[in-house]
Design a binder for this molecule. Structure first.
Ligand code: SF4
Length: 90
């Protein structure tokens, strides 16, 4: 009986330690992801397409209105200098 309680105590302690480590790590990863994004101005984002290229046909577009690397809300009909249609980039 004591051994079972000891195992349960260890499991709870390990669970709490894992949670204590995982929570700040997740927060840091979120911060790193945001830090990796560039501003719309720095990539000349515009709310209209260019030469048939637009966010909606860019591999970096995240529907309905986000981008993997450009910060802020983007339009499916928008465009920026980082437009990308290469396979395997998303
Ligand atoms: S990289 Fe540029 S063109 Fe592609 S989705 Fe993001 S903002 Fe739009």
């Amino acid at each position: 009986m004591v051994k079972i309680l000891d195992n349960n105590s260890i499991s709870r302690r390990n669970l709490l330690l894992t949670a204590a480590v995982a929570a700040p790590s997740a927060a840091l990863m979120g911060m790193a992801a945001k830090a990796a994004q560039v501003t719309q101005a720095s990539v000349n984002y515009q709310n209209s397409s260019k030469d048939g290229h637009s966010c909606s046909n860019c591999k970096l577009f995240v529907a309905p209105s986000s981008c993997k690397i450009v910060a802020g809300k983007v339009s499916p009909g928008g465009w920026c200098e980082l437009w990308n249609d290469r396979p395997g980039t998303n």
